[in-house]
Each structure stands twice: as C-alpha cells, then as structure tokens.
Design a protein around this ligand. Structure first.
Ligand code: AGP
Length: 611
C-alpha cells in the first residue's frame, strides 16, 4: 500500500520527507519519489528502495521548505521511474502524490486527451493532476478550488498531496477512503498516511475524514468538506510516545514484534482482566452490553491474519458462550447479499483499521442496521471511527508486514469478549470461569517462556528452508492456527504452504505426503490429541517429515515426530495463543535462511487500502 508524506515549515523539506519515506517503507512499495519547491519544481523519483532515492538526492543542492513524497505500491502501471510518484501535470508546474485508485481515470483521460493533454506515465494519478491543471487554466480559479472541483468528478479512493510552482507556500491534501493525518508543529505542518511517522516531531494531530480537504497556505491551515464547506479542525493528542518505534536491538521489526507479544498482551489485558475480583471489564462497549450479551449470532468480518484470529474465536465463542459464530472473508461478504438479523452483532477485526474490504463489508452490515463493533490496533483509524464502538488491542505500532502481535492481541481481545459474554449469559460454571481467568493471566509469562526456549527452530528452519511445499495440520481451534502458520510461511519465504483441518487428510491431502513434504502438526494436549497422534502416524507411514508442536513433557509425539517444539500447558481455549509462536518464528527463520526481505516481503503491503 502506498505511503504519502508532505511537509511545509522551517525544516529542509527534502531531508525531512525522505526520512518520513523511510518510516513508511514497512507499508510495502516498489518505487519512491519526492517533489520540492525552491522557486521551481524539483522532482526526484526512482523505482526501487528509498535508499536509492536518498543517494540520488544527496548530491543535489536543494534548499526548500515545502515538498511531497511517496512510496508507491503499483496498481496502474508497472514499477518504474516514470510511473513512480510524484506525478507532474503537463506544464510541469503541479505535482501530486496519491494513495488509492481513480476508478474513472480512463474516461477522464480520454476527455483530457481530446483537449490536447499528453501523458508520460501509465498511472491514474497523472490523469488527476492534469484534470486539476485543466480546471485551473480553463476557469482561472485558485489551486484549492481546482482541486475541489476535480475531486468532485472522481470516482474511487484517494489520499492526495499537491504542490504548485504558482503557489510556493501552499500544500493541499484531500482524502476519500485512504487515511491522512495532519501533524501540527511549531510553524510547520506534516501530512502523512500514518501518524507514527510524525511522532518525533509533534503529538498534535488532526485526522481527515472522507471528502475533506485541507489547505495550508502562508502558514495558515483551513479544513473543508468538499460538499458542505468549512469544517472546524479537530486536533487530537497522538499517544504513541511510549512505544519504541524503531527496531531497537532486533534485526527486523517482525522479530521485535514477536518478542513484544508478552508486553503487548499484558497491555491489552490491563484494566480489562481483573483476576482478584474474577471479572472482565470492557468499558468501551458497555453501552452496548445488552445487545452483545443477548446476540443471536456473531458474524466476524476480516481479512488475512485478522480473519484467522476470528476463526479461532469462533471455537471459543461457541464453546463458552453458546452463540453461533460465522466467520466471513470481508472481500466476499461485501459483495454478497448476506442475511443479517437485527439482533445479530458484527465484529470487524483489523490491525490497521484501513483494510478496504473490511471497511466496505462493515459498511454493508451497518446499512442493515446491525451493531458493528471494531477490534483494531490503530487509534482513530477509519475502522475505529466508523464503528459504533470497539475494543482496541493496544499492541503498539506493528511495522512488519507479517502480522504477529496483531494476531495474538486480537485473539486476547476476543477471549476477553467471550469470557465477558459467557459470564453474563451464565453459560459456564463459576469455577470454570475462575480457572479461565487465572489461566489467561498467566499467558504473557508463558509466551515469554516459549520465546526463550525455541533454539531448535533455527535448526528446523535450516533443515526445511529449501522445501517447495509445506502442509500445516491442526484440529479444533488449532486448525486456524495451522492456517496462520501456513500464511506466515507463504508471505515471508514464498514457499507454498497450506493449512488443513487434520481430519481432512484422508479426503485428499494425504496424497501429497512423501519424504519431500514437511508436515507441521499442532498436537497439543486436549480433546483432539489422540486423533492428532493418528494423523502423525499416517504421515510418518508415508515417509513425511513431521514437525510437531506439543505440550511440554509430551512423550508420545516425541517418539513419532522428526522435530518437537514444546509449549506450556494451558486451558485448551488459550492454546492458540501459545501454539502460534513457534510457527511465527519458524516462518521468520526459514525466510532468513532463504535471504528474503522479512519486514517487506515482495508484492505485499502492510495494509491493503485498495481492493
Ligand atoms: C498477515 O500477516 C498480513 N499482514 C495480512 O494478511 C493482514 O493480516 C491483512 O491484510 C489484514 O490486515 P488488517 O488486520 O490491517 O486489516
């Protein structure tokens, strides 16, 4: 997903913007560029990494205090220097950076071509900046008016920044469907896709809403809704300061975030899990307590790893709360005509709170008048603002593209919610509830123990990093964990991996088993243990290599499997919180062994804000 950053103020703009682009790299990209004003427009843009751009700019004499920058994740047009942003208007006087998709760009391009406009790139963004120029030239209006008028003709999603040679002290931004935060400093302004980028400069931030446009001109900031006119600036405090946003002592953000999980989960539970009183406090949804407790059905909508957290939760909600749960891919749900009853509730799960499919699916549900609660990590994200209420995961910024602490904190929130509902519905005995609360309180310590006892993972990773296919098997709530382990391996090491319910082996996948097929089996103690033992024997009988996740002290699986990774014993409902950890690390080490880019895997973005 693209990243955008604009700056106007007393600092040197090129350096400031390039530093911001480095902080946006985690979003995934394939080219980068900046445009700065210093009497005239100066544009530097290249396919490849921000460092290559920084080297190109380093030798230039630039003395500018206004500019825009972009990391591009290609949608329209291949990743090359020409298609990189910023895109310039035909005159070269206007520059734009854009995160999103202009869906009616082709008809707009035809209209502009008929008026003599020519285009250098294959991008939809170049069409937009020429539309703005055409309006400005043909109606002699101001830049701000031209931007507004052009955007009213646009279908699709955008977060844009614009500068112009004719307006050397003006920076304009607008959004629909893609996030924009405006950082307000002392005599300076930052406009970014992701507020954590500006946390070191200012904590004063304003989040643009859809169809809002901000104009910073001669040091003054004005905000308007493009349909209804002026809007009062709503400034919030950016509470990111307490998180170490850099990699710290870790080689990669992903590894840092894996090892942050004990702290992240403890933070997620703080104030919500009261062991001494054996109660669950969820004040952020209290006003909807009755609807939540008496829900006839829970539908979970999400994408990727967030969906898999929802799949684990299905088992927990149905077991503890006796409420039917349906888990839906948001990208499918949004285009169906789903049957939603008024006393259903919807849980929308998203780390970023900006995933286009999840936002659209949520909107579809809200249009049918049903309660939608958000489970999200990014404060004030689009999802957080669009849902009637929700529960933040408080995981801290997750920079690695592969979700790790997002998954376990989402799962923690879902477990807290399940316990909250079960307690109020009296669907579990008080003693069971008490045991669950006490076991949940132990999870951060147990996670820390697992993370400190996985030295054999590097050996396993080396043994299997050349595999071309891997199978992950689990049963019950460990089946979605198998899916998550497979997803981690796929997205980090580009090895084809498939998660499967172990009970399905005989219905096809067992044909895949031979001595080249590593099979990861989650065989922890619980009601599925004996069945998993049988599955492991079936794999071994066909010369498959078995990597087994087991409960500490297990001897039976140890006698069968090729490799064993132990996790502590806990309540069966909480095993996924522990079993996923070795799978995160296994994928990390295999990707390293293959020389893959762990924090920015190819083709992936941290948050998919376009369809
Ligand atoms: C998982 O490791 C990926 N990063 C991806 O599947 C991700 O979970 C998905 O895109 C959903 O993102 P969200 O949680 O921000 O909505």
């Amino acid at each position: 997903m693209c990243g955008i950053i604009g700056y106007i103020g007393h600092r040197e703009s090129a350096t400031t913007i390039i530093k911001g682009l480095k902080d946006l790299e985690y979003r995934g990209y394939d080219s980068a560029g900046i445009a700065v004003l210093n009497g005239k427009m100066q544009v530097y843009k290249k396919a490849g990494k921000v460092n290559a751009l920084a080297s190109a700019v380093h030798n230039e004499t630039i003395n500018s205090h206004i500019g825009i920058g972009h990391t591009r994740w290609a949608t329209h047009g291949v990743p090359n220097d020409i298609n990189a942003h910023p895109q310039l208007s035909m005159s070269g006087k206007l520059a734009i950076v854009h995160n999103g998709i202009i869906e009616n760009y082709y008809s707009l391009k035809q209209h502009l071509s008929s008026k003599g406009y020519t285009f250098q790139s294959e991008t939809d963004t170049e069409v937009l900046i020429n539309l703005i120029e055409d309006i400005q030239v043909s109606t002699a209006c101001t830049l701000s008016e031209a931007v507004r008028s052009a955007l009213l003709q646009v279908d699709g999603a955008y977060a844009i920044l614009i500068i112009s040679e004719d307006y050397p002290k003006t920076l304009i931004a607008a959004r629909r469907g893609s996030p924009i935060a405006v950082g307000i400093g002392e005599g300076e302004y930052f406009i970014v896709s992701d507020p954590h980028v500006i946390a070191t400069y200012t904590e004063q931030v304003c989040y643009l809403q859809d169809d809002e446009m901000v104009t910073i001109q001669d040091g003054e900031i004005t905000l308007q809704n493009m349909h209804t006119g002026p809007v009062t600036l709503h400034i919030e405090n950016l509470s990111l300061g307490r998180y170490v946003v850099g990699k710290g002592d870790y080689d990669h953000f992903m590894l840092k975030e894996i090892f942050e999980q004990p702290h992240a989960i403890a933070t997620c539970m703080r104030g919500r899990l009261d062991v001494s009183k054996t109660i669950i406090n969820l004040p952020s949804i209290e006003q909807y307590a009755s609807q939540v407790i008496h829900a006839s059905k829970i539908t979970i909508i999400a994408c990727g790893t967030s969906l898999l957290a929802g799949m684990v939760a299905k088992y927990i909600f149905e077991e503890l709360c006796r409420i039917p749960v349906q888990v839906e891919y948001a990208s499918e749900f949004r285009y169906r005509n789903p049957i939603i009853k008024r006393d259903d509730i919807i849980l929308a799960i998203s780390q970023s709170g900006e995933t286009a499919d999840t936002l659209a699916a949520m909107q579809l549900a809200q249009e049918q008048g049903v309660l939608v609660l958000g489970i999200c990590n990014v404060i004030s994200s689009s999802l957080a603002r669009a849902t009637q209420a929700g529960i933040y995961t408080h995981a801290g910024p997750e920079i690695g593209v592969a979700s790790t602490k997002a998954f376990t904190t989402q799962l923690t929130v879902l477990v807290l919610l399940a316990l909250y509902i079960a307690k109020n519905r009296n669907t579990i005995p008080e003693t069971t509830f008490k045991n669950l609360v006490q076991a949940l309180a132990e999870i951060p310590t147990q996670i820390k123990a697992v993370l400190q006892s996985t030295e054999n993972l590097q050996e396993i990773a080396l043994a299997f990093h050349e595999a071309t296919n891997v199978l992950y098997l689990g049963r019950g709530a460990n089946y979605p964990v198998a899916l998550e382990g497979a997803l981690k391996l796929k997205e980090l090491s580009y090895i084809h991996a498939e998660g499967y319910p172990a009970g399905e082996m005989k219905h096809g996948p067992i044909a895949l088993i031979d001595n080249n097929m590593p099979v990861v089996c989650i065989a922890t103690q619980g009601k599925h243990y004996q069945k998993m033992l049988t599955n492991i024997q079936e794999v071994k009988a066909r010369k498959g290599k078995v990597i087994a996740i087991v409960t500490a002290g297990d001897q039976q699986v140890r006698s069968l499997a090729d490799y064993i990774i132990e996790v502590p014993a806990t309540q069966e409902a909480f095993v996924p919180l522990l079993a996923v950890l070795p799978l995160q690390l296994l994928a990390y080490h295999i990707a390293l062994a293959k020389g893959c880019d762990v924090d920015q895997p190819r083709n992936l973005a941290k948050s998919v804000t376009v369809e």
